[in-house]
Design a protein around this ligand. Sequence first.
Ligand code: KIV
Ligand code: NA
Length: 276
Amino acid sequence: PLTAPAIRGRKVRDGADPLVMVTAYDAPGARQADAAGVDMILVGDSLAMVVLGYDDTLQVTVDDMAHHTAAVARARPSALVVGDLPWMSYHVDRAETVRNAAALVRAGAGAVKLEGGRKRLPMVEAIVDAEIPVMGHLGLTPQSVRAMGGFKVQGRTSEAAVALVSAAKALAHAGAFAIVLEGIPDQVARMVTEAVDVPTIGIGAGPGCDGQVLVYHDVLGIEDRMAPKFVRRYGSVGADSTAALGRFAADVRSGAFPGPEESYHLSAEVAETLGL
Ligand code: KIV
Ligand code: NA
């Protein structure tokens, strides 16, 4: 399997291919992502929104994340499995933070991810000190939705852009092996990417990053109630699913399903004994 130390050196400016990360939340999703050859599978706390039906990511717990991380890990992917630390699992103190990160490692994660910059540096250091690789996440950090006043693009002022560069440098210095950049102008993502020696992985951050990440359900078009600007859909699995389920329903109602080839049959002898 790919490891966090192997990912750390993968800067596009040094000739590396861009990194590909996609989320997955269960074993079939992980098998599909792995068969597609992605570098990293993120068990994102987007779980809350795309799988569990919540409006934001604030409701999921370490137990929820460990449950889904374990399902992904059971697929034994070659990709690096990154487990997302949920809100309030790394905000209180270092001991609790390390124990929560360890719970995701024991569930099968090869690394954990957490959101935020300078405020989270002691927690990043504590997790790294416990020998657990950490991925950072800056910009539009969904766990800050209340504090940001909604899901809004970040880093639009020169001050905010400079602060993002400095936060990224601090995260890399604290030991983060890669940094997700979410929902920031492409020029700012380029500035950050140039400023740090670890790969940046963008989502809504333009093409100037060292890699890209998208949510599984968005890539596949499993639902299209919301279409953020940064999503490109590579499938229409949701429409395919509804159509397939509709054909199943129609076949049951018409008596066309199941047919003889989808049924079990008695041997001729037993059938005759029973007078059938
Ligand atoms: O939870 C998630 O899916 C994420 C990615 C969007 C980076 O954090
Ligand atoms: Na997340």
